[in-house]
Design a protein around this ligand. Sequence first.
Ligand code: 5GP
Length: 347
Amino acid sequence: MPNIINEIKLDFKDVLLRPKRSTLRSRADVNLFREITFKNSKKTYKGIPLIASNMDTVGTFEMAKALAKHGVFTTIHKYYLPEDWAAFATSNPEVLSFVAVSSGTSESDFENLTRVLKEAPGVEFICLDVANGYSQHFVEFVRKVRQTFPTHTIIAGNVVTGEMVEELLLSGADIIKVGIGPGSVCTTRIKTGVGYPQLSAVLECADAAHGLQGHIISDGGCTCPGDVAKAFGAGADFVMLGGMLAGHDQSGGEIRHKTDGTKVKLFYGMSSDTAMKKHAGGVADYRTPEGKTVEVPYRGDVEVTLLDILGGLRSACTYTGAAKLKELPRRATFIRCTQQVNTVFCN
Ligand code: 5GP
């Protein structure tokens, strides 16, 4: 008989953070910067632990330049050539401590990764990204990359359960990317029925990772700054954003002018047919796309959006009495709720 877990698992939308008495005077007093030292690489990240996703419309060099000015990190998408990296690294040395190079697990991905790290030796982070981090092949690939690059910080994912977080950390990864199915342009749950509510995944995976001195990224499902605060409150060391950073000048793709006078940009999942046509020459017969393509309103410079997110986070810290982002999980009490927002003026 199949197992059923009857305990209710939660998403960001199911909870609110409870306010607490605090001695903080102003949100300007809140420190969002963290120093995080990694389990295997022994390197230390000094910055705000927000990450732009390695989607090709979000994890661009332009995004990295804009975000690094504020101490925010970008996982660069894997479709830049080693020559592009060489040029970027030479002209933007100050950005290099805020970027990761991304890779899949094929032989050619590994060759490309090796070449990029040769061309851009200042890059210290590697993001090993597959849709399903549960395969033995992925575990072996993480081991191989750890052996080849013993002092680089390795991000690996995606998974949603504690036992796989532990396995990947023990195989050499430093930071585990958590999230299956919560993304704004992800259709995995519709196509496969597989997934895990994101807040519970973060709570459980953070617990598993921290027990081994590892770290996690909450990846996907944040729709507003409040969700980012909830992810940190649940124990995420880093929070990765796709859709919230889409549609800006720094996001990939052209601006489209609609007949009604509005401007939009294309945003799509990395397993959508748009992405597969662009990068793999089409969708292979044996698979179905697990991502969708949408038009998002054009939103100008990403800096405005970023400052809004950082402002929201600082405010969440003052409401809960956390002087530093690091203290947020200790100060966080989640209240389960049936309604979060008043929708009377929403269409
Ligand atoms: P968002 O912040 O937009 O909610 O989620 C971003 C995350 O969605 C990405 O970092 C990545 O993990 C995930 N993602 C991106 N493209 C796809 C896709 O095509 N399919 C699935 N299942 N997930 C995707």
